[in-house]
Design a protein around this ligand. Structure first.
Ligand code: 6PG
Length: 226
């Protein structure tokens, strides 16, 4: 596993505090974050929305996505819809919002990312199968080249539904901070594989200038105590 491991009681609360800290450290007054999907991310964004002491000027924050399902943005399965419901709709004016749109193809989002300074944060989750973003075990996007920041992808095993648009490892690595939140005993097997460096778990291949794993004891499992 590459990066720092932070074991906490409440992953969502720690995530919100981490965003607040990284925002305070950002130097150009603007802050760019790529959001994730999934239940853990939803809990994290609810905590962020509820953090009245975050100190974040949301009008200076630009929102991107690390991956998206190829459904309409108002579909319950959409990661944009998740963020809109639990975070964006609670923040008032924000800097800018850049949903991934599968119909535009990956190259447009790739160009968008290259037209802005690197993301301050990419927020990711961990699937029980070891995937992160929409980088699934055995999927084509795992082998995207270093010059490809965004790709279309599907789960070859069909466990994770919908065609996807996703940041590639190169797209993720380009960010200043990669923050992965992992909560619950159902992730203990995947996290153990990542920590053992099992490269068949895509999340084990995450790299970046600053990688922070925020996990709870349940996800860490009984094998490793704090
Ligand atoms: C997605 C997510 C995905 C998610 C993990 C963890 O679009 O499905 O980006 O990578 O973060 O599957 O999801 P849970 O927190 O719901 O387990």
């Amino acid at each position: 596993m590459i990066g720092d491991l932070l074991v906490v009681e409440d992953v969502a609360t720690e995530f919100a505090a981490t965003v607040s800290r990284l925002y305070a450290e950002s130097v150009d007054g603007c802050f760019r974050i790529a959001l994730s999907g999934g239940k853990t991310a939803g809990d994290c964004y609810a905590a962020l929305a509820a953090d009245a002491q975050s100190g974040v000027d949301w009008s200076k924050v630009s929102f991107f996505w690390g991956d998206e399902r190829c459904v309409s943005l108002d579909n319950e399965a959409s990661n944009f819809h998740l963020a809109q419901e639990v975070l964006l709709s609670h923040l008032g004016p924000v800097g800018s919002v850049h949903p991934m749109r599968c119909e535009d193809g990956p190259n447009m989002y790739d160009r968008l990312l290259r037209s802005t300074p690197p993301l301050n944060v990419v927020h990711l989750g961990l699937g029980p199968d070891g995937h992160t973003a929409s980088l699934f075990p055995g999927s084509e996007a795992l082998e995207s080249g270093v010059d490809t920041l965004v790709a279309m992808n599907v789960d070859p095993l069909g466990t994770n539904p919908h065609e996807r648009m996703t940041l590639t490892f190169a797209g993720i690595e380009r960010a200043d901070h990669v923050v992965i939140t992992v909560a619950g005993a159902d992730k203990s097997n995947a996290l153990a594989r990542v920590m053992a460096g099992d490269q068949s778990a895509p999340a084990a291949r995450l790299r970046g200038a600053h990688v922070l794993w925020i996990v709870d004891q349940a996800a860490l499992g009984q094998s490793v105590s704090r």
